[in-house]
Design a protein around this ligand. Structure first.
Ligand code: SF4
Length: 258
């Protein structure tokens, strides 16, 4: 009798050891697994090379071996990032199993709740980008051929407008409520608390204990950094809602690390 093999491979842009530069674990030495494939188009994206998969898909066990070779004397926390890792949820599940007992963190755009539901039980921490639809251009869905996980993860439609973004965000926030997670608010120049009002309303209602990290955008592609006044205005608005807030720039950029 022949055995049918379930494909869980995914294209990997890079596996590297570095210092976490964003989110709740900033400063921690980690190993990063950067997957290829992202249908979103954030105007300030710093990894556009990850958007379209071009590498040959790899098996989770092979990627775990690459992690082990990089982490040094003791196991490190592993951050699975992208791209959008939720394009490959079955791969993420398998990779987390291969990496046990290491802590596995997931960095996601919080746009694909069905795929998030497939991986939540295997990751120790989730870092959600709580995006403003106004900061994104039209999504470009991945070709079905680029999802080798067998999960249809790449076929969960991406949000396209404020209504579908809100539905995805509310689903994701409800899923992470009470879990080890943080939310990132990337603040570009010209944005005001009014722009974030709906996002913050959703956090207050659905995940009021979620720590929020305001991340001033690193200027690129014509997107400017926020002024000090814009930064203070958002921070005060978050505080006024009794939410937890910290401000952190992209530390790995300041340190010129990958
Ligand atoms: S979700 Fe991440 S990888 Fe995708 S466009 Fe936005 S910043 Fe870039």
């Amino acid at each position: 009798m022949s055995t049918v093999r379930t494909a869980t491979r995914a294209p990997v842009l890079a596996v590297f050891a570095s210092i976490q530069g964003e989110g709740a674990f900033v400063g921690e030495p980690q190993v990063f697994v950067r997957l290829e494939g992202c249908p979103l188009r954030c105007r300030w994206c710093d990894t556009p090379a990850s958007w379209v998969p071009t590498s040959s898909p790899e098996e989770p066990a092979a990627v775990a071996a690459r992690v082990a070779a990089l982490e040094g004397a003791r196991p490190r926390t592993v951050s699975i990032t992208g791209g959008e890792p939720l394009m490959h949820p079955e791969f993420v599940r398998e990779l987390a199993r291969e990496l046990a007992p290491r802590r596995v963190h997931l960095e996601t755009a919080a746009a694909h709740p069905r795929a998030l539901g497939r991986v939540l039980d295997v990751v120790a921490h989730v870092s959600l980008d709580l995006k403003l639809p106004a900061d994104l251009d039209e999504p470009v869905e991945l070709s079905p051929d680029s999802d080798e996980s067998g999960s249809q993860g790449g076929h969960e439609p991406s949000p396209r407008d404020a209504v579908s973004w809100r539905a995805a965000r509310r689903d994701v926030l409800a899923q992470v409520r009470g879990r080890d997670a943080c939310g990132k608010l990337v603040l570009a120049g010209g944005r005001t608390p009014v722009d974030f009002a709906v996002v913050l309303d959703d956090v207050v209602e659905l995940a009021p204990k979620l720590p929020l990290i305001v991340q001033p955008v690193t200027p690129m592609h014509g997107v400017a950094a926020p002024s000090a006044d814009e930064l203070h205005a958002l921070v005060e608005d978050v505080r006024a809602r009794d939410l937890l807030v910290r401000v952190l720039p992209q530390v790995h950029r300041a340190l010129r690390l990958p």
